[in-house]
Ligand binder design. Structure first.
Ligand SMILES: [Mg+2]
Ligand SMILES: [Zn+2]
Length: 221
């Protein structure tokens, strides 16, 4: 549990598309921006198995009625919000391509989730999901399309000041390919997917649940 959660540098968040010459190391222009250990600015979160209870393998959260927010998650998201970190959900929703539910159902699930978080002071800043089947797009994790969509909406997002928290190999590969810090959640052993042990090895950090991961990220930042 050492890894890339390095101590924070003295300078604050990068100024988006801006002039950073106001800091003390003029002469080494851009040096601070090349550091791999920027202060954490954006936290990407997988949805199922991270924020809400994962359904058994092969089953899907199809409607707001299926949504069970995991214990402590709303408070953990609120802690991220208070720490000034942007929170983005990135989710593969192949069930849409399979005809099991619709994009409108996913929007309703996200509204329900947002409402549950709000009741404890938490907020997700953006939801992005892939509605496609396998091998037919560039936005199904581990591919990076959802990151590009998030950057299009929030242009100051940078991978090096972002972390990806997920419970699947595709989440960890997504974060790693983009150059983010990666956090694997071990979750319910009964519902672990194939690839989970590889994901756990690959990830920078491993925790049992989102609340534990959030505490570590905030303390380490
Ligand atoms: Mg998941
Ligand atoms: Zn897609």
């Amino acid at each position: 549990m050492q890894l890339s959660i390095a101590p924070e540098e003295a300078d604050p968040l990068p100024i988006p598309n801006g002039d950073s010459r106001c800091c003390y190391h003029s002469g080494v222009s851009g040096a601070s921006n090349s550091s791999p250990s920027r202060k954490l600015h954006t936290v990407f979160l997988d949805r199922d198995g991270v924020l809400n209870e994962k359904m058994p393998e092969g089953e899907y959260v199809r409607s707001a009625r299926d949504l069970r927010v995991l214990p402590g998650v709303a408070e953990a998201v609120a802690r991220l919000n208070r720490a000034g970190m942007r929170t983005i959900v990135v989710s593969n929703q192949r069930g849409i391509a399979l005809g099991l539910y619709t994009a409108a159902d996913v929007e309703a699930i996200h509204a329900e989730l947002q409402g549950t978080l709000a009741s404890r002071g938490g907020r997700i800043d953006g939801f992005f999901y892939c509605p496609h089947g396998e091998d037919e797009c560039n936005c199904r994790k581990p591919l990076g399309g959802l990151f590009d969509q998030a950057v299009a909406r929030f242009p100051d997002i940078e991978a090096r000041s972002s972390a990806m928290i997920g419970d699947s190999l595709s989440d960890i590969e997504f974060g790693q390919r983009l150059g983010m810090r990666t956090v694997f959640l071990e979750g319910d052993p009964q519902r672990r997917k194939s690839g989970a042990s590889r994901a756990s090895e690959l990830a920078d950090l491993q925790f049992q649940s989102l609340p534990e991961a959030v505490d570590a990220l905030i303390d380490g930042d």
